[in-house]
Ligand binder design. Structure first.
Ligand code: NI
Length: 163
């Protein structure tokens, strides 16, 4: 079982690479990610969070099916922005309001290698944008202003590195 990598590890800052072939290794990775997401009761998980620099993430938003996104690409974002509180399995114990486009159109490959395109809003749109950021080495704290980031990271340190 992989461990979830937490903030401070450089893997989380790196750009993940495209998948050229959905082989057994990739299927195993996705199964592993699914197991971890369920265990952690999360809504989304990206491969770099378990140390795999690959362009894959999964989502499981309450009331929705498990979704797998391989080589995902956001092809359109709404002008309208939305503020929503985000957390991250790689930054456990802290949450902050992040502003992002409210709706997106995303294109990706599914586990069978079939390309699909969906338009989403609400929580799923939010989770997808957050997870896609992981594939580009971006954490939700990178989307905060300096003052907010400092505050959130201070709380994180206090909770995770007690004196
Ligand atoms: Ni995250």
């Amino acid at each position: 079982m992989f461990d979830i990598i937490t903030i401070g590890n450089d893997v989380l800052k790196e750009k993940a690479t495209l998948i050229s072939d959905i082989d057994d290794n990739i299927i195993n990775l996705i199964n592993e990610m699914t197991e971890i997401l369920e265990k952690k009761n999360g809504v989304g998980l990206a491969a770099p969070q378990i140390g795999e620099k690959k362009r894959i993430f999964i989502t499981k938003v309450p009331g929705d099916i498990l979704r797998v996104f391989i080589n995902p690409e956001i092809i359109q974002t709404s002008q309208e922005l939305e503020t929503y509180e985000e957390g991250c399995l790689s930054i456990p114990g802290v949450w902050a309001n992040v502003v992002r486009p409210s709706a997106i159109i995303i294109q990706a490959y599914d586990i069978k290698g079939k390309i699909f395109k969906i338009e989403v809003d609400g929580v799923l749109s939010r989770v997808i944008q957050h997870e896609l950021d992981h594939l580009n080495g971006i954490l939700f704290t990178d989307r905060l202003n300096d003052k907010q980031r400092e505050k959130v990271l201070k709380i994180y340190d206090r909770k995770n590195n007690p004196k």
